[in-house]
Design a protein around this ligand. Structure first.
Ligand SMILES: [Zn+2]
Length: 108
């Protein structure tokens, strides 16, 4: 889709972050897994969908296959993410029905 191609910025970075689900300013603790992926979609406010590709070994054929993984992650107020950015996400407690990860930083 064409709207995914353009560089779209999701929200603005605010200095006084009052987001309770922010790992730095809020009460959410990051523990467990930490992943790096590309922010591909942001239809819902304060949410990004992070996509990453994994190589999975298939024992029967002794080869690898490419597996796509998409994770919905919470985007705190103090972080500015654009579509196509590489982000690091960390696992937290369940933040909503689909979110249990939070964006920690944008990688350059
Ligand atoms: Zn914050």
């Amino acid at each position: 889709m064409a709207e995914e191609q353009k560089k779209e910025v999701i929200g603005n970075a605010v200095s006084d972050c009052k987001d309770l689900k922010c790992p730095v300013h809020g009460s959410v603790k990051v523990r467990g897994n930490m992943f790096e992926g590309i922010a591909i979609r942001a239809k819902a406010p304060k949410t990004v969908i992070v996509e990453r590709y994994l190589m999975q070994h298939v024992r029967k054929y002794e080869r690898y296959k490419k597996v796509r993984s998409r994770i919905t992650a919470h985007k705190p107020d103090c972080i500015q993410v654009a579509i196509g950015d590489k982000v690091r996400i960390g696992e937290t407690r369940k933040l909503s029905k689909t979110k249990s990860f939070v964006v920690m930083e944008v990688l350059k």
